[in-house]
Design a binder for this molecule. Structure first.
Ligand SMILES: *[C@@H]1O[C@H](CO)[C@@H](O)[C@H](O)[C@H]1NC(C)=O
Ligand SMILES: *[C@@H]1O[C@H](CO)[C@@H](O)[C@H](O)[C@H]1NC(C)=O
Length: 309
């Protein structure tokens, strides 16, 4: 009973201000309160002299990017890269989500444990508009690393390469996201497409390049700023170890060998998202032995048309 008296007294005193009976010898004071005065080093109180801090501002969460095809060879590199990206002060640059087909693959490739929405992992296919909308709610950007295989049926190739891109963009541009982004121009898409779309599809690729080109046209008309990265042949060699060449209209197909590391493509996709200004960017990229680019932002600027600079 003896110990209770001072506590009760404090509670009564504290009730007169917004700090309540919070104590800073056990936890941080509430917003707007300071810790410890001359009579009690453990009390939380409203400072008399300073204007109270604004308490209605929640810390701003890093903007949310959805990576689709995130367990693929390119998508997983991009996923981990975006997760590791920080601002100069060390804060995460992005809140990263993954849209994947297999929870088991997510577990092995994305180092998740529950591998559900609580960890930003969403299970579905790009033909599943409902699943895409759930995964996209709250995102400002989608990074598309989904691709069809030449062994897929023609219908699957169209569903993945074209209709799937339409679905992903529509999910991103759902009403709540448009409102949060201040309209379509506040959203972002980055798509990994492919070089080789200037001539009719040859044997071996089925309709994949045709549908990729259709997806690019759709994005260009969508009103959402976008970057379409069109790499030459993708390989799993080390990134940041080659000179990168940018161009248009398949002129880089003469590069020998016409190959680029997936890690370099992931880095370029990240760099095009990191750009503060909305981008309208569609470019070929390939690599050649030599020094890697010092600065990807400069390389992306080189990939623009002269009248965009
Ligand atoms: C999506 O396509 C798969 C086949 O690839 C099919 O099994 C599934 O039912 C489709 N989902 C929707 C929502 O259409
Ligand atoms: C970097 O590229 C050179 C060829 O330009 C190659 O010899 C070397 O093995 C590569 N380094 C790594 C880490 O792959």
């Amino acid at each position: 009973m003896v110990m209770l008296a001072p506590l009760l007294a404090l509670a009564v005193l504290g009730a007169s201000d917004t700090c309540g009976d919070a104590r800073c010898d056990t936890a941080a004071c509430p917003c707007g309160c300071e810790c410890g005065n001359a009579t009690d080093p453990g009390v939380c109180y409203v400072p008399a002299e300073k204007a109270p801090a604004r308490c209605d501002e929640e810390p701003v969460a890093a903007p949310t990017v959805l990576v689709t095809g995130a367990t693929g060879r390119l998508g997983s590199l991009l996923y981990h890269r975006l997760r590791a990206a920080t601002h100069a002060d060390g804060a995460s640059a992005y809140t990263v989500r993954a849209f994947v087909r297999s929870v088991d693959k997510a577990r092995s490739v994305l180092s998740c444990t529950k591998c559900d929405a609580s960890e930003g992992i969403y299970i579905g296919e790009v033909n599943d508009t409902a699943a895409l909308r759930v995964a996209s709610l709250g995102a400002y950007a989608v990074a598309i690393a989904v691709g069809a295989s030449p062994s897929d049926t023609p219908a699957q190739q169209k569903a993945t390469e074209f209709t799937g891109v339409e679905n992903q963009l529509a999910a991103l541009a759902q009403t709540a996201n448009l409102a949060a982004a201040g309209g379509a121009a506040g959203l972002r898409v980055v798509l990994c497409s492919s070089m080789g779309t200037t001539s009719p599809p040859g044997s071996g690729y089925g309709d994949i390049l045709f549908w990729k080109l259709n997806a690019e046209s759709f994005l260009a008309a969508s009103g959402v700023p976008f970057a379409v990265v069109k790499p030459c042949g993708l390989v799993d060699t080390a990134g940041s170890n080659s000179t990168l060449l940018v161009g248009h209209d398949d002129t880089l197909l003469t590069t020998q060998p016409p190959l680029i590391a997936r890690a370099d493509v992931a880095a370029l996709m990240e760099a095009s998202l990191a750009s503060a200004a909305p981008r309208i960017l569609r470019f070929d990229v390939c690599s050649t032995p030599g020094a890697p680019p010092a600065d990807l932002a400069t390389l992306l600027a080189k990939a623009e048309y002269p009248w965009q600079q």
